[in-house]
Design a protein. Structure first.
Length: 214
């Protein structure tokens, strides 16, 4: 994954860091050592893939560990993009995001200017959280959950339509955009994952891996 505007992959300790910090890694299953996390130090910075991870017109699942450096968005920023599958130039198809108060949400786009979302009311503090979200086309649902133990918790669900913007071929996945903090083990795959499959996807990552699992 090229770093297009200055975001960098950095080594982090795989043992938990001090409470209220992004110094350690959050995942208790990867042992003692180091692993790679994407560090974003400026709201204008992000990284992106060369091709798509999913077609956002079909069911997909997305997850990752996220650690904001502040309990609110940077000044002048209302939405902090964490993982975004683009559907066209400057046109997102779906995005896992934080609002201005660090409340997580999954947004999906019906047209280039119309979106639907599911949102959590609990904001993220300045420590690691595991977010997972799903677009379930067959059941016309958007679902999202957050935990701090690497599993899926209680889902918050919203209804959605079955017609979403498609993203295929060369449209990139972007990590970051308005967000300052660290991203660890980002994943975006086609289909609706079970709770066990979300956990298993994390275990696929190796300590030297960078980019988006897809």
């Amino acid at each position: 994954m090229p770093n297009t505007t200055g975001a960098t992959w950095t080594d982090i300790r795989t043992l938990n860091g001090p409470a209220g910090s992004c110094q350690g890694a959050p995942d208790p299953n990867i042992g003692n050592g180091t692993a790679k996390a994407l560090e974003i130090t400026d709201a204008t910075k992000h990284a992106e893939t060369a091709t798509s991870a999913v077609d956002t017109a079909q069911s997909f699942s997305v997850s990752g560990w996220f650690c904001p450096v502040s309990s609110s968005a940077p000044p002048g920023i209302s939405l902090q993009a964490l993982i975004t599958q683009m559907a066209g130039t400057n046109s997102p198809g779906a995005a896992l995001q934080l609002d201005g108060f660090n409340n997580p949400e999954l947004d999906t786009w019906i047209t280039s200017t119309t979106s639907e979302q599911v949102k959590l009311t609990g904001s993220l503090g300045t420590s690691w959280y595991f977010l997972s979200a799903v677009y379930d086309k067959n059941n016309q649902q958007l679902r999202i959950t957050k935990t701090q133990n690497g599993t899926t918790g209680t889902w918050t669900t919203a209804t959605t339509t079955t017609n979403h913007l498609a993203s295929t071929g060369v449209q990139p996945v972007k990590l970051g955009g308005g967000f300052i903090g660290r991203i660890f083990k980002p994943m975006m795959v086609q289909g609706v994952l079970t709770a066990d499959q979300f956990i298993n996807a994390q275990n696929i990552y190796q300590s030297t891996d960078t980019g988006v699992l897809r």
